[in-house]
Design a protein. Structure first.
Length: 105
């Protein structure tokens, strides 16, 4: 098993939790289970933190990633596919992005 596969190792699903409810463009309301603040972080830290958190949330739960790094924001749709997640949205706000991923498996 390679290092990336070990990062994706899945523990039993924890109970569903809700941090807050957000309204995503074209998706409606979504319950966010975890939020990762990666403001000021350079690649690959936002991706590595996301891999860790996705392994900790349950199937169907949503993680929100805050980043001000354009390269990191562009890479999240591809990372979502690798993590068996659905990329729900990347919302541009003043000075940063909010990226939403839903764990599929």
């Amino acid at each position: 098993m390679g290092w990336f596969d070990r990062l994706l190792w899945r523990r039993p699903n924890p109970p569903v939790s809700v941090l807050r409810i957000v309204d995503l463009p074209g998706r409606g309301t979504v319950a966010v289970a975890r939020s990762i603040d990666c403001l000021g972080e350079m690649c690959p830290r936002p991706q590595l933190l996301t891999v860790k958190v996705v392994g900790e949330i349950g199937v169907g739960e949503v993680v929100e990633v805050l980043t001000d790094n354009a390269a990191a924001a562009e890479g999240f749709p591809a990372l979502a596919m690798k993590l068996d997640c659905e990329h729900l949205a990347s919302v541009r706000e003043t000075g940063h992005w909010r990226i939403y991923l839903r764990r599929s498996a």
